[in-house]
Design a protein around this ligand. Sequence first.
Ligand SMILES: [Fe+2]
Length: 387
Amino acid sequence: MQNFQFYLPTKVYFGQKVLENVGKETKILGKKALIVTGKSSARKTGLLQRVEKSLKRAEVETFIFEGVEANPSVETINKGTKLAKEKKCEVIVGLGGGSPLDAAKGIAILSANPGLLVDYFGRNRIKKNPLPVVAIPTTAGTGSEVTPYAVFTHRENRSIRKKIIADSSLFPKIVLADPELTLSLPASITADTGIDAFSHALESYLSNRSYPLSDTLASEAMKLLFNYLPKAMENPKEINIRSHVLYASLLAGMAIAQTGTILVHAMSYRLTTDLGLSHGKACALLLPSICEFSLKEGHPKLTLLGQCLGENMENMTTKKAAEKVLTTIKDFVHQLALLQDLKIEKIKEGTIEDFAQEIMQDKRKLANNPRQATLEDVIGMYKKALW
Ligand SMILES: [Fe+2]
């Protein structure tokens, strides 16, 4: 059996009403907290007020940084950091979907380290431990609550890029994963964030850095999402279904925290920054073409992958097995209606080449993909997804 290292320094509370622990747990980490949240939904649903109340009851002085946009910008992180420093906050509470959670991590970095966020783009560049982060996810998809990653948008000259910070100090200290908080998510966000979680699980499973323990997390996440995500679209108020989807997204996050992602995530970023697609839609669009490229010549886990997706894979040639898995993935994406009415203006050959050239610089993700891709391969996958 292969050697491995598994690292997850995060205390995870999972289940209904675990939100109630926010005051008690945050108090252990600091006396002054900055709550970082999105534009309006946490306030509208009363969730922000609940968290604030619980913190105050635990005698944690609380400040609020609201208005984090999707794909948070470096400027937003700077504003949040200014407030955290002014108020001498000791702990950051991220409340919301992936964007507020990543913003909380960014603010936590800059509150404890000198310089600009750009200084920390990349891997393992953080010198001093960021402020501790308490993560309260309100969507089931990002996995940010159990990963050492945060993604930001950064303006470089005239273009906008998504930039990752990966550092083991970025794991949140506490996660309060309460499925009740996902009950009010509209179908579009359930599908969008759910396919992100599914992509995390699938990418982790196919990753060259996967190993038996990460596979256990990833395959269970895939099975659960495959079964429960369509059900969550049909019965959004069903707590048991929502619990399974949130649990699966946690497992998928834990899996990529160990293995990283493959080409789907790498290739998705320019579809968000340049074409305006949400992260989930970008992944949904790319999953079939990248799976086709990665699996068509076979993969040691192809049969097990098909079984995770509920298929009978007995007595199949590699070609048939790959076709079956691919059809199942395509049908799954289709079933979630993510790409319905999606209109992408035909983009120029040169733009696709530009996207692909950038992917060729991402040696880590290229190496992590189960089948090695050339520039022409990446261009081909983009064309198949977009044209
Ligand atoms: Fe993702």
